[in-house]
Design a protein around this ligand. Structure first.
Ligand code: SF4
Ligand code: ZN
Length: 709
């Protein structure tokens, strides 16, 4: 039997399973029963993407079967096996959907993740553009041994590759105690091969969200995944026919398949790779998908990878902790004269981690001193804020907070592997030198764990922090000479451009004006380019001829003009990785804001995912706007429409995060106190009419503003 027959047999099998499951579902729930996948605005995403059809009922699910069947062509041509392969993937989605038609949480209490939410897909935006996640692997197991399974998973993880596990390899990982979950980027998707439906659903939603591809534009989806989604498949022998059929679909999407199954397979260069030595699959796979990994060699006894960023260290697993809320701690980056610095010196003053009892809360301060001809003090906070990300990438280290309110936990496992205080210095040194190479020539790190000394050091550090805050306060859109573009997200949203100003950070929340300035300095031909602001056309809404020229140029003509301060008139576009989204609430003439972390409903009758699906892909959508969290309390937030006094509803947790700054700005803009208390949240109501009553009771300023529309 040849490869063609294997694909056809496999797709028949998958289809038969889908047909049986869907028909059983119809018999059980009836054709009119609703069919929804949790927390997504894209219905059954594969059906919606490839076939252009919205499935909202069990009956529509059944109707999709015929379309899938039609894709499963049977002429012995390459085109047919690819089409059948994609049909197989959609059939897999239908099988999984049947479970979700019965309950929104079919995998509760199991090791399996199942369906990805839109918020999870969006979370991938920034790490993908920064190449923190250079690619995705779908491992279909079991691997030849438990040890090899772990070794390969960890090998991918340490290279930043996002790992999806399907089948027996999950049990192997569980047996070996591998920590898994979306935050650590190793996801046990499901037990059966139809779990691939969830992975393909994630891929097509990334194409919708970041690429703004229209439902039903099959070829555009194929091109997008081929060009922009760096995924590949590792399928361990024995590979059954269904998996072979799924593999054909993967190859059509541009994802090479690497296998050690030699049974009726034939190799296709760069697409189907038969490699019997499974031990070097990582290299083989990365090469096949053309993924280059940027490595920084850091001299530490544990792994370093962005995959560990989401790692949580519980008290019981903790060796020691620096806790800035209890004892004197801080982290600081300072610029110095070159002669004051001995490059790569790591100086520890005080007891090391092995000289204090397990479970201690130690006083801990760390200062990176840097020097370089192009170094500016404005870059200090930019580097300093990266410490959070640098430390979290260390396996067995957890970092939260900033400045003198940090908390750093070292796990027992990392300690036992030999991790000591100086290793934090090594990481800081290596990362600062590699990421800021064009501005930092020399760097040394000073660590102090002596409580008495840290008291004074902290007081000195606070003077630096205060001086910086003063400087930040003077940074307004009016006070600076230039703005910056950011086009990092063009890797996924080809026509999207962010204009970053002091009072409006990039919508991802990760790029402030200072960050953009530093990026421009570090890489003059990179994503952040200077935008002059000499030709203002309308100050009220922030319309500049210079800005328009910049967006025309950097969107390659896709965008004519944007304003900086309006949500209605030529608003800035969104890519897909925004932290928050706001949308007009017509009853109150205000806007509702929600954020990625908030899964619940809003008074617009839409969740974050649904609101988010109204904008994205670099297209202008008046009335909806993606933005960063810090923009909420900016005096430029919707300035054209009256400012942040338009905000009528925020998720409670987000409101608490921005409360103080929001109150401060409202006091300055409108002279009102405690503005945050006038804003509704989910504990007040999720209903637009009730919200209006609440606003009236609290004398919300929006009630005195002009109608928006
Ligand atoms: Fe993407 Fe804009 Fe953030 Fe740059 S600032 S990374 S373009 S969202
Ligand atoms: Zn983006």
């Amino acid at each position: 039997m040849g490869l063609f027959e294997r694909v056809f047999r496999g797709s028949d099998e998958m289809f038969a399973k889908a047909e049986a499951d869907v028909n059983a579902l119809v018999a059980e729930l009836g054709a009119d029963a609703p069919m929804t996948m949790p927390e997504t605005a894209y219905f059954l995403a594969c059906v919606y993407a490839y076939l252009g059809k919205k499935v909202t009922t069990v009956g529509e699910l059944q109707a999709a079967l015929a379309d899938v069947k039609a894709m499963m062509l049977r002429e012995p041509r390459t085109h047919s096996i690819f089409s059948s392969g994609v049909g197989t993937a959609i059939a897999a989605e239908l099988i999984e959907a049947c479970k979700y038609a019965r309950t929104p949480t079919p995998y509760e209490g199991t090791a399996y993740h199942g369906h990805f939410t839109d918020a999870e897909v969006r979370e991938l935006g920034v790490p993908l553009v920064t190449r923190d996640i250079p690619g995705f692997v779908v491992m279909i197991g079991p691997a030849p041994s438990d040890e090899e399974a772990v070794e390969t998973i960890k090998g991918y993880q340490s290279r930043g590759i996002f790992v999806f596990l399907i089948g027996g390899i999950i049990e192997q990982a569980v047996r070996m105690g591998v920590s898994m979950g979306f935050p650590v980027r190793v996801v046990p998707v499901g037990e059966d091969i139809w779990a691939v439906g969830h992975v393909i659903s994630l891929v097509v939603r990334a194409s919708f969200i970041f690429g703004a591809i229209e439902p039903g534009d099959y070829d555009a989806f194929m091109d997008y995944s081929m060009d922009r989604i760096f995924a590949f498949v590792n399928a361990y022998a024995p590979v059954n026919d269904i998996t072979v059929a799924c593999g054909a679909g993967a190859i059509k999407m541009g994802f090479p398949v690497i296998t050690n199954d030699t049974n009726d397979m034939w190799a296709v260069p760069k697409s189907l790779i038969i490699h019997t030595d499974t031990k070097d699959w990582i290299e083989t796979s990365l090469e096949a998908r053309d993924i280059k990994i940027k490595v920084t060699n850091i001299d530490i006894p544990v792994a370093f990878s962005s995959a560990f960023e989401g790692e949580i260290i519980r008290k019981a697993d903790m060796q020691i902790e620096a806790d800035g809320s209890r004892v004197d701690c801080f982290e600081l980056v300072r610029s110095k004269e070159a002669h004051e610095i001995e490059d790569h010196a790591i100086l520890l003053d005080g007891p090391d981690f092995d000289e204090v009892p397990v479970g201690s809360k130690i006083s801990f301060t760390i200062t990176a001193e840097v020097a370089g001809k192009s170094m500016q003090s404005d870059f200090e906070p930019v580097m300093e804020r990266k410490i959070h990300n640098f430390f979290n990438c260390i396996e067995g280290i957890m970092h939260t907070g900033q400045r003198d309110m940090i908390r750093v936990r070292v796990s027992k496992a990392a300690f036992e592997a030999g991790f000591r205080a100086r290793h934090l210095g090594e990481v800081l040194y290596a990362k600062i030198k590699s990421e800021f190479d064009t501005v930092v020539d020399k760097c040394q790190v000073k660590i102090c764990t002596v409580a008495e000394k840290n008291k004074d050091l902290r007081a000195q550090a606070n003077e630096v922090f205060d001086a910086r805050d003063e400087r930040l306060k003077t940074l307004t859109d009016e006070s600076v000479e230039v703005f910056y573009t950011c086009i990092l997200c063009q890797a996924f949203s080809p026509s999207h451009v962010c204009i970053v100003t002091p009072e409006r950070l990039g919508l991802c929340g990760a790029v402030s004006w200072l960050d953009a300035k530093a990026t421009n300095e570090l890489d003059p031909n990179g994503p952040c380019q200077v935008v002059t602001k000499t030709r203002c056309l309308d100050e009220r809404i922030g319309r500049y001829e210079d800005v328009n020229e910049a967006v025309q140029q950097y969107s390659h003509g896709a965008l004519e003009q944007v304003t900086l301060y309006s949500i209605l008139e030529d608003p800035m576009t969104s890519c897909g990785c925004f932290e928050c989204i706001c949308g007009i609430e017509p009853f109150s003439n205000g806007v509702v804001i929600t954020n990625r972390e908030h899964a619940g409903m809003t008074p617009l009758g839409m969740t974050f995912s649904e609101m988010a699906s109204m904008t994205g892909g670099g297209v202008q959508t008046p009335g909806f706007m993606g933005h960063g969290k810090h923009f909420i309390y900016s005096k430029k937030f919707m300035k054209a429409e009256g400012g942040l006094g338009r905000i009528v509803w925020l998720p409670k947790a987000l409101k608490e995060q921005v409360r103080d700054r929001l109150n401060e700005s409202a006091k300055e803009l409108y002279g009102i106190d405690n503005f945050a208390d006038m804003i509704g949240d989910e504990t007040v109501t999720e209903d637009a009419e009730e919200l209006l009553n609440f606003l009236t009771e609290h004398n919300h300023p929006v009630l005195g503003m002009d109608p928006l529309l």
